[in-house]
Design a protein. Sequence first.
Length: 475
Amino acid sequence: MALWGGRFTSGPSDAVFALSRSIQFDWRLAPYDLRASRAHLDVLHKAGLVSKEDMKKISTALIALQEEVLSGSFVVESEDEDVHSALERALMVKLGPLGGSLRAGRSRNDQVATDLRLYCIDQMLHLAQLVTELQRVILDKSHEYADAPAPGFTHLQHAQPVLFGHELAKHVHAFNRDIERIQDWYERSSYSPLGAGALSGSSLGLSPEESAKALGFKGAIANSIDAVSDRDFVVEALFVCAMVGSHLSRMGEEWCLWSTTEFGWATVDDAFATGSSIMPQKKNPDVAELARGKAGRLIGNLTAVLAMLKGLPFAYNRDLQEDKEPLFDSIDTLNLVLPAFTGMVATTIFNRSVMAQSAPMGFSLATEIADYLVRLDVPFAQAHEIAGKCVQQCEISKRQLHELSDEELSNIHPALRPDLRTYLTVEGALASRTTFGGTAPKNVQMQLSKLGEQIVGFQTWISDKGAAFSGMMNQ
């Protein structure tokens, strides 16, 4: 059923209707549209525009319709243009002309903006929950390997030894920032467009503030034109999705490397790997690869909406219909990727001995020589040069730094005394990194403890907001 057309002599052509039709993707907004309709109904009643008796009839019909939508028994028809027209058609089937009463004082412009905000809040809270579940399994792995030495890398080259639990925990910190972005996003996005009408508000004495309160928003949007045209909340949600995807991609890349024969660090569980149709020996880290690949899709959805928004003038434009599919796709993508990725991380086994053997390789202890000399008042620039000479000597003789003799060290520089060997061990190098955030064992344990507290804090926030939002949706 069209929600417009009185001034037209004919309906749209089949081609225009097909182009305009959005119900094939915006139907997922139906529960949110019905909740917003109930809030709008209350405001209409308080303004004296709907009688108490009619309000009860419409409210009963909305509740019944919501049950049909949630159960899947509601059937979309071919003439339904969008979620709004389909639901109004259903109301009019139940109530006759009374079913059209809700259109007073609102437009599809403020209606869809409200529905989409409610949907986003629901989905972003769910996304935050999935991220904390991944964080928890990463943190568990970090605790498990908190005492396991491994090479640290820069430029994919051995740099300095680290504890492998420290290496893993860096990802928890990255996902912390993603959840903090969701929290920030929530504070900015929790404002209601309902009551803005098409763009200029209403002359019917309605209260956008009352609608906002009933829907669980912090308040109503202060400018009615901004209310119907703003999609910053969509762009920011897509940015968060893209950042989560980017962090998953980086992590997936490490899993791909660690599970290679060349590294031999990680064994991915069979349940989270696949094989080859031609090579019987293959065991491929497909979950990690798919997470890496889908990051591009998430970034593409963000850029698509940014490009759509960049030239829109004044208030509502039909271009804004293009905000939904990228948003829905990004949310669906992460809902698929995160549980699988979490399972992969939880079940991966790491080879402690291989990592430990690799830790001192690639002259990763060279910085210990420079630091040793600095403690003897040798300027760091000179100490750096001396340590480089030690590496050069080892490269010529095909040895590691700790294999240089006392005489060789002394010949390179007289300050290189035999007690240097105390520092030329992986254990010594790890223990010495005691600065805040460093890889010393005690520091790592403190970091992991703090991360655990932060995850609990995030989960409490998600639970509190989710409970309030669920209560609002079920009213």
